[in-house]
Design a protein around this ligand. Structure first.
Ligand SMILES: NC(=O)c1ccc[n+]([C@@H]2O[C@H](COP(=O)([O-])OP(=O)(O)OC[C@H]3O[C@@H](n4cnc5c(N)ncnc54)[C@H](O)[C@@H]3O)[C@@H](O)[C@H]2O)c1
Length: 436
């Protein structure tokens, strides 16, 4: 039976490499649709947890992981010599930036080398990590060919970008259409059949490069539009106009406008990072990515702008930042998730600490701040009690988690700087609130 028939009859074994925010929900879809699935990760803690039926991601329910584990068709492993057991291998490893803000494809390359060691004929490798156009063809394929086998002949290769939006109540892995790109017709067929076995729709494009570029366009679109509303916020603030009121009014236009919201800066593993993958690649073609750079500049500046608002707010109370006690609400980069990667909350804390403030934080989903690539701020989440709120000179809202009771926060805090318009429905004590 050839690989396409194996996929169509669900006899293909699926391997997912990298069991993080993207890999875990993806592999669960395959198991739930009846595919035998193997999860590979270098992190033994994740492997052990999954094999014990435990979830390590807040929005992925433990009972679902238990059911997946109990199905008898799923196993996690850190033993990559088991790569030959999988017919289709989906790579979901990180793609961060280096300190010089250049693409760090070392995880893709490392994974590629490990797979190459065990690659066998008739395997289908799909890269899912967000990256610049050309990575699959120019970086991953040659590494896999170090096995002595030839791509698109002995094994097949494709790129399919991940659109996972953790904790989005409207869309999940299964209901988000998936773009698939490959440079041969057979690999495109494999990719389409593979993903359509588990998700609502696969959208084939003519090459892996087009699929890689699609993901970057989507994230650059967000980055540029967020920068635009952040700039609007700064302009309108100076004019004494409420940007959120303006956005809500503009959103009533039924065509030609979609709302983006300002905030304390960009966060997450994608939007602050992916656009610079294109910037780097464009240099090879002697093109400057001006929109991307400008958006990056505006968005990167936002935490500093927020701090000037904290200074202004404290000033109104006759206080300075130095010596003030500040409680930051929300360490995650967006509401209701436990992911602190690239969260602007860390920059805000660093800037306040640099100015001599005493800073604590609360996040119901992050009980202790992890050590981050750029920040090593050791703190445990402070309980959100009446006494604690009252003990701080200023409460700075960075993430608008649904778990927060804003009436309670505003009632007991002395002063609030709100970067998310989280307190919009609070009716009493509004004089304590400064929007930022
Ligand atoms: N998190 C998101 O919402 C999201 C959305 C769209 C796209 N993406 C993209 O998906 C990719 C993965 O992101 P993520 O958020 O799942 O990252 P993650 O850090 O949550 O997970 C990555 C996993 O890969 C593992 N890993 C690292 N090196 C490995 C190796 N050599 N072999 C095997 N496993 C290895 C890590 O231990 C980790 O478990 C990135 O390219 C990211 O840009 C993420």
């Amino acid at each position: 039976m050839d690989l396409l028939d194996k996929i169509k009859s669900k006899e293909a074994v699926i391997g997912v490499v990298g069991l993080g925010y993207v890999g875990l929900p993806l592999l669960m879809e395959f198991v739930e649709k009846g595919f035998k699935t193997i999860g590979y990760d270098v992190d033994d803690e994740k492997v052990n947890k999954l094999n014990a039926g435990k979830s390590y991601i807040k929005h992925i329910a433990e009972h679902r992981v238990q059911a997946v584990r109990g199905s008898g068709i799923f196993e996690a492993t850190s033993d990559f010599s088991r790569i030959p057991e999988s017919d289709c291998i989906l790579i979901c490893v990180p793609t961060p930036l280096t300190r010089n803000r250049e693409p760090d494809t070392s995880y893709i390359e490392g994974t590629g080398r490990t797979i190459a060691k065990y690659l066998r004929r008739e395997q289908f490798i799909v890269l899912e990590s967000s990256t610049y156009p050309g990575t699959t063809e120019e970086v991953l394929k040659p590494i896999l060919e170090e096995s002595g086998m030839k791509g698109d002949k002995d094994f097949w290769i494709a790129f399919s970008p991940e659109r996972e939006d953790p904790n989005n109540p409207k869309y999940n892995t299964r209901t988000i259409p998936k773009v698939v790109g490959a440079n041969t017709e057979y690999a495109r067929k494999l990719a389409k059949a593979l993903y359509e076995a588990v998700i609502v729709k696969a959208v084939p494009v003519s090459s892996s490069q087009a699929a890689e570029a699609t993901k970057l366009l989507e994230n650059i679109f967000r980055s540029v539009n967020i920068a635009l509303v952040n700039e609007m916020k700064m302009i309108l603030d100076r004019m004494g106009i409420d940007v959120w009121e303006v956005i809500n009014a503009a959103s009533t236009k039924p065509f030609g406008y979609m709302p983006f919201y300002p905030g304390p800066g960009l966060g997450g593993h994608c939007i602050p990072i992916d656009p610079f993958y294109l910037t780097w690649k464009a240099r090879e073609f002697e093109i400057n990515t001006r929109f991307i750079e400008l958006a990056g500049e505006v968005n990167t500046e936002m935490p500093r702008w927020v701090i000037t608002k904290v200074m202004d707010a404290l000033n109104e109370k006759g206080k300075s930042v130095r010596g003030s006690k500040i409680l930051l609400l929300g360490a995650a980069y967006k509401k209701d998730i436990d992911d602190p990667r690239e969260s602007p909350s860390f920059k805000l804390m660093e800037l306040l600490l640099d100015k001599g403030a005493e800073v604590d934080y609360n996040d119901p989903h992050i009980p202790e701040l992890p050590s981050m690539r750029m920040y090593k701020i050791k703190r445990k989440s402070v309980d959100l009690t009446e006494e604690n709120l009252a003990a701080y000179d200023c409460v700075l809202i960075s993430t608008d988690h649904s778990a927060y009771d804003w009436d309670f926060v505003v009632k007991h805090a002395n002063l609030i700087v709100d970067t998310r318009d989280a307190t919009k429905k609070v009716l009493e004590n509004r004089d304590k609130i400064f929007k930022a």
